[in-house]
Ligand binder design. Structure first.
Ligand code: HEM
Length: 410
């Protein structure tokens, strides 16, 4: 359903990532912004500018001195110190990133492939033979959650659910609540997560370090100094949600798409066993439905940007999904072109904050597709039920209720 002109104008003026109508009409809103007001003002959350054209989003992401990343969300989470590395600016940003970069490099991630395949198989084994399932709760969320908590942070399985729920309070504010209520909820969740990691750190220091990233951070040095506890919590508060909620949102959208547009599944089935074609297809999926709808930047000195005069303290929201559909950069931007080349999408961001976990996310997506498309029969949205989308700092589907066709004989 398309929005009429007056409704669209209002949605642009009141644009918010937390608004269901903005999410529902995103294609029309972004087209309107790109063509009529590429740096458009929204009065929501205290006022900010939404940046929608590819070239402007790219440029803003490459000016970290002028556009600070702290805080990186609109409205902010309310954390008093920056989350690391996503909210840190130069020169500290590079130092922090160097501390963890090697663990997320293509080579390190490639070494995780056998483990990842095993994890994917376990997730799909859990579906086999079922008549119905919720593919968000049973596939899209548990796989990346386990990826970051087990493979990187060494968090015991008994705590996965609890941590997931706390982080979702922070990332997916309730659109029916006020900013103040959501801020309170997210600050409480942030505190609970910090306390959790404080206990974990304590345990590691008392009982001996492991090969996990938290142990690594506690022993690492920056300019000859050990990290403070707050810096270590700052890393954890980014790595967990960045590591699972983004990938979970792409997966949930894709698994829903297989039910609603089976021809997308047909096309992927034809290429899934060709590694080069699969690589291109995964990039195109990230272009087409980037799970992170936007990040904030904060103006550090008066300047003019894309024809808009900005003052110190003004906030920008960089809209990755809008940039990724800009016809000036992508021919046929609204088509899923699985062999698109070149594909300089911004789904993983750009500049110094470009996604640290992009190789891990790609591995999760490709490993899942290879196993899922061979083993899981066709399915459709369960009659009488519907998929439930979430808004917030990621856009994805939190419930994908489906019924399966016959499972193949084992
Ligand atoms: C499909 C999945 C993913 C997408 C689309 C995605 C997207 C993004 C984007 C757009 C940014 C840039 C934020 C900015 O400019 O402020 C980013 C940063 C980041 N991502 Fe991802 N992400 C994904 C998966 C992951 C995973 C699996 C991890 C694992 C830990 C991760 C960790 C991070 C971190 C730590 C940053 C901050 C990097 C920095 O500030 O230097 N992401 N991601």
């Amino acid at each position: 359903m398309t929005a009429d002109d007056g409704v669209l104008t209002k949605l642009v003026e009141h644009f918010s990532l937390h608004d269901r109508d903005c999410q529902k009409h995103q294609d029309e809103i972004f087209t309107r912004m790109r063509t009529e007001a590429p740096v458009s003002h929204s009065v929501e959350h205290g006022g900010f500018y939404a940046v929608s054209r590819y070239r402007d989003v790219y440029e803003a992401a490459h000016k970290p001195e002028l556009f600070s990343s702290f805080p990186v969300t609109i409205p902010p989470f309310g954390n008093p110190t920056p989350m690391i590395p996503i909210e840190s600016d130069p020169p500290m940003h590079r130092k922090y990133r160097t501390l963890v970069g090697a663990r997320f490099s293509p080579k390190s991630v490639e070494a995780l492939e056998p483990h990842m395949r095993e994890m994917v198989r376990t997730v799909i084994d859990g579906l086999v033979g079922k008549k119905d399932a919720d593919l968000a709760k049973e596939v899209a969320i548990p796989l990346p959650l386990r990826g970051i908590l087990e493979l990187y942070l060494g968090v015991p399985e008994k705590d996965w659910e609890k941590l997931k729920d706390e982080f979702l309070y922070m990332l997916q504010p309730d659109p029916e609540s006020t900013d103040e209520e959501n801020l309170e909820r997210s600050m409480a969740a942030g505190l609970n997560c910090t306390m959790y990691f404080a206990e974990m750190l304590d345990h590691l220091r008392t009982n001996g370090y492991g090969d996990d990233l938290i142990s690594h951070l506690d022993q690492a040095e920056l300019d000859g100094e050990r990290l403070t506890d707050d810096e270590i919590y700052g890393f954890c508060l980014v790595l967990v949600p960045a590591g699972f909620d983004t990938t979970a949102s792409v997966l949930s959208r894709l698994l829903l798409m297989f039910a609603e547009q089976p021809e997308v599944r047909d096309r992927l089935e034809r290429i899934v066993d060709d590694p080069e074609k699969l690589d291109l297809a995964v990039e195109e999926l990230i272009r087409f439905m980037p799970p992170q709808p936007g990040v904030a930047r904060n103006v550090t000195e008066p300047c003019e940007f894309a024809g808009q005069q900005l003052d110190e303290g003004d906030r920008l929201l960089l809209l990755w999904p809008s940039a990724n559909r800009d016809p000036e950069e992508f021919p046929d931007p609204d088509e899923l072109v699985f062999d698109r080349q070149p594909n300089r999408h911004l789904g993983f961001g750009s500049g110094i904050h470009r996604c640290l976990g992009s190789h891990l996310a790609r591995l999760e997506l490709k490993t899942l597709l290879k196993e899922f498309l061979h083993r899981v029969p066709r399915y459709r949205v369960a009659p009488g039920k519907e998929a439930v989308w979430h808004t917030g700092n990621t856009w994805g589907v939190k419930t994908v209720p489906v019924v399966f066709d016959e499972w193949p004989e084992p």
